[in-house]
Structure formats: C-alpha cells, structure tokens
Design a protein around this ligand. Structure first.
Ligand code: ADP
Length: 165
C-alpha cells in the first residue's frame, strides 16, 4: 500500500481571483499531490461576485492546471480540511499586516484541530501589493486590469461594473 496522497487546501474569498492568488496556486501545487482551491461560502466579507461566479472564474483560469481542483466550503475551514483529508491549509502572505491576521487564524485553527497544519507562502515582489479589492477599485472606473488578473477576470469585472455590454 502506498502512503495517502498529500492534499493541500487553499481557501479564500477569491473575489475575484488575481495573479497573486494564481502565483500561490502554482507554487502550492508543487508541494502537494492535489490542491483544492476552496471558495468560502459564508465569509463575512461583502463580495462583488456570487460564489458560483467566483468558482466559474477560477475553473476557467485553472482549466489546464493539473492536480488543482476548485471547491466551495461553508462552516469552519478546519472541518472542511479534515473532511477532505487535507494535509495542510495553504495561505499567502503579502505584508506584515497579512501576517498578523494570518497568525491569529493559524492559532485558532490549530486550537480547533491539531491534525491540520498551515503552510504560508510569501507573495513574490511583483504581487506583494496586489489584492482583489484593489483591482475592483480600478475596474469599477472602467480601467483594464489585465496586468493584475487573467483576461477572463478582467472582462467579468468590466462587465459587472457596466463598462462592457
Ligand atoms: P480571504 O478573505 O480568506 O483573505 P482572499 O481571496 O483575500 O481571501 O485571499 C486568499 C489568500 O490568498 C490569503 O491567504 C491571502 O493572503 C492570499 N493572497 C491574496 N492576494 C495575494 C497576493 N497578491 N499574493 C500572495 N497571496 C495573496
């Protein structure tokens, strides 16, 4: 019998997915046999895109990326991670501000379930100030964001803000 596959879960709002998220996906998938990108359904954040819209955008962008799949989860992340037998949660860290927030979540998740660890990947320099919020802010004024997100995301954003028919 071989050992069980290593499964990583990369959770987030992905509202919408950006090149920063994609860089984390590309790097994280090399660390696991399978990587599950998991869109949070009950996040307290107010989102621009619905969960199915976010899932569809991620699926379109990752269609040719082997060993990566997209899912949604509601409830506690550690419970979802445990359910799918994930070895570890993956989170990205951009600046010190991310670190404080992520460290608090890590501590709580560890208290909730010690069997699920968290792996942190640091943002590469070119994406270290990139966030979904910032590209939404730019796209809402009709500006192209293809430097920061895939074309399909750019189109979805401009459409959402009524800049495309
Ligand atoms: P959440 O609401 O859970 O923070 P996000 O979609 O904002 O969801 O982010 C998901 C994860 O991706 C977080 O760990 C976040 O720090 C990370 N992330 C977001 N943008 C970047 C980026 N530009 N580079 C690296 N990691 C990022």
């Amino acid at each position: 019998m071989g050992s069980s596959p290593k499964i990583g879960v990369y959770p987030g709002s992905f509202d919408p997915i950006t090149n920063g998220h994609l860089d984390i996906v590309e790097r994280a998938r090399l660390l696991f046999d399978r990587l599950v990108v998991a869109v949070a359904v009950n996040s307290s954040k107010k989102c621009l895109f619905t969960v199915p819209e976010r899932v569809e955008l991620i699926q379109e962008v990752l269609i040719n990326t082997p060993t990566v799949e997209v899912s949604t989860f509601s409830g506690l992340l550690v419970d979802f991670a445990y359910e799918i037998r994930a070895t570890a949660i993956v989170r990205g860290i951009r600046a010190v501000t991310d670190f404080e927030y992520e460290y608090a979540i890590y501590q709580m998740n560890r208290d909730l379930n010690q069997d699920v660890d968290t792996v942190f990947l640091l943002a590469v320099r070119e994406h270290s100030f990139l966030s979904s919020s910032i590209i939404k802010e730019v796209a809402c004024y009709g500006r192209d964001v293809t430097d920061y997100a895939p074309e399909v995301v750019n189109r979805a954003l401009l459409q959402k803000f009524g800049h495309l028919t």
